[in-house]
Design a protein around this ligand. Structure first.
Ligand SMILES: [Zn+2]
Length: 315
């Protein structure tokens, strides 16, 4: 009889037996508290006991940041191809297919327009579920288009980052997105259009090395891992013990890489507060947006050469 032959290995061991059923209860990754999922959801996926910020997906950030029903998705049709015909343990095209099915998204970033407490913005949110939020050529293109839209419509740009870095299945093409996105963000700066980054856990690799560090204001969620290479690689390279809390938001704030740590509950009000400071500069200048895009010397708003670094300061 089958049950007599049952392999002992499929019996739950005591630690597994204490695991909670999927979907109803969730165990906090930080403090171990067992949390009712619905309640966690109501609390914006922040542990009520220890304030650990659980990772959430892009559509959820859209809900948290934007006014209800104000989001209009842009560039949905921009999706990654497989330029190198890449295959590791799995074909890249299959990975893309699986990621799209799992997330309902076309790529690892969701972009669109909307309003934050009535202020029109362009928003881009990366989604870590989509191949680790990796920066593919389509991700770079979507962010570039979002920045261009912000420039044309003179709306502030907000990017929420969550990424393991560049998508190596696209080789150099993924690395080129660092330069491509940075160029457009520089144009935003010249046109004096605010760009805010919100760094979430984790923000690493080529994303940190480009648009995640170029914001006029850089916010970070508490406890987020933010860095270029991971702690293990750095530890091996420098052959030294790393300080406690290395590469976490709080450490980066202390060292000047982040402007403010913002708990998820305060994200929308903080963003709206910052944008309202810039609002006067944006109002009534829509017509000048195109002028700002012309080659250097065509407009006077960007000031003389070499002065562009001052353009963040209020007039
Ligand atoms: Zn907790």
């Amino acid at each position: 009889m089958a049950w007599l032959k049952r392999d002992r290995s499929d019996r739950p061991n005591p630690s597994q037996a204490r695991e909670v059923p999927d979907g109803v209860w969730v165990k906090c990754e930080q403090c171990g508290e067992i949390l009712y999922f619905k309640e966690l959801e109501r609390n914006l996926h922040v542990c009520p006991k220890c304030s650990h910020h659980f990772r959430i997906d892009a559509p959820r950030y859209v809900q948290i940041l934007l006014d209800p029903d104000s989001f209009r998705e842009t560039a949905r049709g921009v999706v990654s191809k497989d330029p190198l015909g890449f295959k590791d343990s799995k074909k890249y095209t299959d990975r893309l297919k699986d990621a799209r099915k799992k997330t309902g998204l076309g790529e690892a970033v969701l972009t669109g327009t909307g309003t934050v407490q009535g202020i029109p913005v362009v928003l881009g949110v990366m989604d870590f579920r989509f191949i680790g939020g990796s920066m593919a050529s389509a991700v770079g293109e979507k962010i570039t288009r979002a920045a261009r839209l912000a420039l044309e419509e003179r709306r502030p740009l907000i990017l929420v980052t969550a990424s393991g870095g560049a998508r190596m299945m696209e080789g150099i093409l993924s690395l080129m997105q660092m330069a491509k996105t940075s160029v457009l963000l520089a144009r935003l700066m010249e046109a004096r259009i605010p760009y805010l980054c919100i760094l979430t856990n984790p923000t690493t690799g080529g994303v940190t090395a480009s648009f995640a560090q170029l914001g006029d204001v850089i916010l970070a969620e508490p406890g987020a891992l933010i860095g270029f290479a991971g702690p293990r690689v750095i530890k091996e390279t420098v052959a030294q013990e790393l300080p406690p809390g290395f590469q976490r938001s709080e450490f980066l704030l202390e060292h000047g890489f982040v402007d403010r740590i913002t708990p998820r509950h305060e994200l929308k009000s903080t963003v709206a507060g910052i944008l309202s400071i810039f609002a006067d500069g944006l109002a009534g200048h829509r017509g000048e947006a195109l002028k700002a895009r012309e080659p250097a010397g065509a407009g006077e708003r960007s000031g003389p050469p070499g002065k562009s670094t001052n353009s963040k300061e209020p007039e």
